[in-house]
Design a protein around this ligand. Structure first.
Ligand code: ZN
Ligand code: CU
Length: 483
């Protein structure tokens, strides 16, 4: 009897996401799952794709995003599906869209990275945000964190001080509600002006509800420069005292004085991994991007403005050129541009490579989807890891690179039956050409779909094919189900 599938992929070279060596086979999909893998020459598919020997891998999981709002405002998710991403982890760096009973005007930085006018901060509870995402799905799946900075803005009057016991209690109730609604953890951005006033104990106390559900604590650490080791220790302490895994977000060391210190930080992370659950992610560029500040600009070798509310015409230009054009100091130019965002060059390429190559490092884009002239990581992260760092520089084999963006990430975030190609797993799949895959986005031309991505499938539905979004929006809100 002839086997039938909804979707049949023939002649695939399968890189299954576990890190195992590639093998050849056909893949039969029924509904949202992979039904069969093997020689399916005699089978038929309602829709058939011939991979022609190209790579079939699990859809990439973006371990670190700020896609909370774009999933609703531009749900086709083109920057993500065009580079093979099928699941995004949102709500990072302390910044989540929900819960927000009412947003103060102007929007408190860095929450303005999600929306600088505030109209999208319209979800009084985490459950109401998840309900909207479920009613109006995006093209990609998501897993959601609730942000500590959002919780502070939602509950506190004066953000420049530690939360009072009453405010901590209120935040803890909101964390409990978020977790019950489906949040997979809490994120902090202790680095940022509005959260920096929070002592370690405040974070520990608001994270308490995570213990019972084994939720995650994800952090943009207080310091990624001179005090990076102290900040790692603070993060580990929070994980230990709450009793949950820690995710070190976009791990890096910044500032020229710290170039080379990734040796030290990775050693320290590895030592502590033996004692408690710790994960980390990284984006593949020696430049970061966040809101514009004079301090950060002063310690960077180059600064590119990504958006400015006051002077939008300067997006995409170098701060030094803007200052020259205005005939003012860089500091004064920053004042005139604010509120604004920027790209900062202040990392060592050797550190970026060492962190990327560390075997526990997951790949996360940290892309900022609402920036006028975004950091190229928004469109280019995954193809750049596979093409530039994997194929061209030989930093790791293809199987390892794929594992860092699929199986490892699904395991760490507890995304069951995702991130692997196996019978019974969800059919989240990216079909690409290993010889040509690479990023097209650059710092000069940051908005460009990647090279070499052929077809992208989410929950059994094709979302990207032949360089175009199909318009399908099969994404789901995923829960954390630790193995
Ligand atoms: Zn961050
Ligand atoms: Cu971030």
């Amino acid at each position: 009897m002839q086997e039938h599938f909804d979707l049949l992929i023939r002649n695939a070279t399968i890189v299954d996401g576990t890190g195992a060596l590639r093998y050849d086979g056909d893949i039969g999909i029924r509904g949202d799952r992979i039904a069969r893998i093997g020689d399916l020459a005699a089978a038929r598919g309602q829709v058939e794709l011939n991979a022609g020997g190209r790579i079939v891998a699990p859809g990439f999981i973006d371990a670190h995003t700020h896609d909370d709002r774009v999933m609703l405002s531009a749900p086709e998710m083109t920057p993500k599906i065009s580079q093979g991403v099928t699941t995004v982890v949102a709500g990072n760096c302390g910044i989540s869209l929900a819960p927000m009973p009412q947003i103060p005007q102007p929007v408190t930085p860095p929450l303005n990275l999600l929306d600088d006018n505030g109209k999208w901060f319209r979800f009084p509870s985490f459950a109401s945000y998840i309900a909207e995402l479920s009613a109006h799905p995006a093209a990609t799946n998501c897993a959601l964190l609730v942000g500590h900075t959002t919780l502070r803005v939602a509950t506190m009057g004066d953000l420049e001080q530690p939360a009072s016991p009453e405010e901590i209690a209120q935040m803890r109730v909101l964390v409990q509600e978020a977790v019950e609604a489906g949040a997979i953890g809490v994120s902090t951005g202790l680095f940022y002006e509005s959260a920096i006033a929070a002592p370690t104990e405040e974070v520990i106390e608001i994270c308490r509800p995570l213990k019972e559900v084994n939720g995650l604590y994800c952090t943009h650490m207080r310091n990624e420069g001179d005090q990076v080791i102290d900040s790692l220790e603070e993060s580990f302490r929070i994980g230990r005292e709450v009793g949950v895994p820690v995710v070190i977000s976009h791990h890096k060391v910044v500032g020229q004085a710290n170039y080379g210190r990734s040796k030290e930080t990775l050693d320290f992370i590895e030592q502590n991994m033996a004692k408690q659950p710790i994960c980390l992610d990284c984006y593949p560029y020696p430049a970061g991007s966040t809101i514009l500040s004079a301090d950060r600009a002063a310690t960077s070798s180059r600064v590119i403005v990504t958006w400015s509310k006051t002077l939008p015409q300067y997006a995409g230009k170098d701060l030094s050129d803007i200052a020259a054009e205005m005939s003012v100091s860089q500091e004064e130019a920053v004042e005139r541009l604010l509120p604004a965002g920027a790209i900062y060059f202040r990392m060592d390429e050797a550190d970026v490579q060492r962190i990327l190559a560390f075997d526990q490092t997951m790949i996360g884009s940290d892309g900022l989807p609402h920036d006028t002239a975004p950091h190229p990581r928004l469109w280019g992260t995954f193809p750049r890891v596979l093409g530039h760092y994997g194929r061209s520089l030989g930093l790791f084999p293809l199987e390892t690179a794929v594992h860092k963006m699929t199986g490892l990430t699904a395991k760490n975030f507890g995304l069951k039956d995702r991130g692997v190609i196996k019978e019974g797993a969800y059919a989240d799949i990216t079909l690409f050409d290993a010889d040509t895959i690479n990023e097209a986005a650059t710092f000069d031309k940051p908005i460009a779909a990647a090279h070499g991505i052929d077809t992208v499938i989410v929950n059994g539905a094709i979302v990207w094919k032949d360089g175009k979004a199909s318009g399908a929006r099969p994404g789901r809100v995923l829960k954390r189900e630790p193995a």
